[in-house]
Every structure is written in C-alpha cells, then in structure tokens.
Design a protein around this ligand. Structure first.
Ligand code: DX5
Ligand code: ZN
Length: 216
C-alpha cells in the first residue's frame, strides 16, 4: 500500500441498502480506493447496522479493500467472523475494548490490517500506547452512530497531533465533503471516508473525482 496516496473511501451507510451491490459496484467503478463499512451494535452507539453475513455478500461485489469500522462493544468476540466474511482492514474503538492490545493482536493474527479509532471526546493520548501496533488511526470527526452529521473542526487538532508521531494511515470519518476533506488533507490525513456527500449525488463518479482533487 502506498502510504503517500490519498484514499477516497465511500461509507456505504448512506447507500440505498435495497440496491447495495449496485451501489458498491458504482463507486468501485468510479475509482474510489476502498469501501468503508460501518458496523453498529446498539450499545456502543445508539444505532444498528449490519454484521458478518452482509459483509460476506458485499465481499463478492468488489475487489477493493473492505475497511470495516466496528462501533461495537467488546469486538474481540466477533473478529474471526468479520475476518472470515472478507474484511481486509478492521478498526476497533479504543473505548470499546477491555483489553485493547489483545484485540489489536488478534486482528493482526487473523491477517487483517489493524485500525484503532477514537470518539470525539477521547484524547489522542488514549491511543498513543497502541500506535506501534496499528496500520491505521481513524479519527472520528462526528459522534459515531449516524451519517449526515456536521464535521467537528476541533478534530483537525487530533490529526495534527498524530501526524508527526505516526507513520501509518490516518483516516477521517464523519462530515467529510470537499471543504472538510481538503482541511483534513492539509493536516496530513490519508483516507477520507465520505458517506452522504458521495451517495446523495446522482453522479458519484464526479464527486469522487472532485474529492480526490480536493485532497491532493
Ligand atoms: C458514523 C460513521 C461514518 C458515517 C459517515 O458513525 O462512522 O462512516 O457513515 O457519514 P457522513 O459522511 O455522512 O458523515
Ligand atoms: Zn465509519
């Protein structure tokens, strides 16, 4: 994986789930770099989405990496299922794990790329002990749980604080549009997760291209 390349990662949370395969094929053909899949359990966040059985079908619709964002309590008990369903990158929340290191180690042992995420209220210091164990840090730029919320500009400070101490990929997730993507890119973010700003457009290809230009 080229660490210098900026990734545009559509979040399928804002896709039409009755046509999920077509939606994913459309953004894949439009030249995005990965597919972001939001998993919510109704405990860690006040919303419910999908689990491994759906990911298994999503896996068949695209060759792009599946970047699976687990917003679930104690993800360690489900990691094997998410991996065998076809997740390439698995990101867990630092706040959701009793034993963060064991959770990250298990993702690594399952052969997936390892990600850690933090809620807006969580200080960057909470993830610093784990930076050597992960390939990706996902900075939440909205409160996790729902698409279509407004970007929290204060979160740019986290990207700024992380960049000099972390050589892996920094992802920003929540409220990403042309303007906020370009602000995050200036702070050194690598991956731009965008749900509503891509899926609300009738011409997704055009939007993905615009996002790519905004971050490069
Ligand atoms: C929120 C999710 C995001 C969400 C982003 O908890 O992690 O990935 O889909 O949606 P937008 O881009 O609409 O803010
Ligand atoms: Zn997400």
């Amino acid at each position: 994986m080229n660490q210098k390349k900026k990734w545009v990662a559509p979040s399928i949370l804002s896709a039409d789930f009755s046509r999920l395969g077509e939606e994913i094929r459309e953004v894949s053909d439009a030249g995005c770099d990965s597919i972001h899949v939001d998993v919510m359990d109704g405990h860690f966040v006040p919303n419910l989405t999908i689990g491994p059985p759906v990911i298994r079908w999503i896996r068949k619709t695209t060759k792009l990496p599946l970047d699976v964002h687990l917003m679930i309590e104690e993800p360690i008990q489900y990691l094997k299922d998410f991996r065998s369903a076809g997740s390439d990158w698995i990101t867990v929340h630092v706040e959701a794990c009793k034993d963060v290191q064991a959770t990250l180690d298990q993702i690594r042992n399952l052969g997936a790329k390892v990600g850690i995420s933090l809620r807006p209220k969580t200080n960057v210091k909470a993830i610093e002990p784990y930076l050597k164990l992960v390939d990706l840090v996902l900075v939440m730029t909205v409160e996790p749980g729902f698409g279509g919320q407004e970007f929290m500009p204060d979160m740019l400070e986290k990207v700024r604080a992380l960049r000099p101490q972390f050589s892996g990929l920094i992802s920003v997730d929540g409220g990403i549009n042309l303007e906020t993507a370009s602000q995050a890119a200036r702070e050194g973010a690598d991956i731009f997760v965008a749900g509503s700003s891509i899926f609300k457009e009738s011409n997704r290809k055009n939007m993905i291209e615009k996002l790519r230009r905004a971050v490069s």
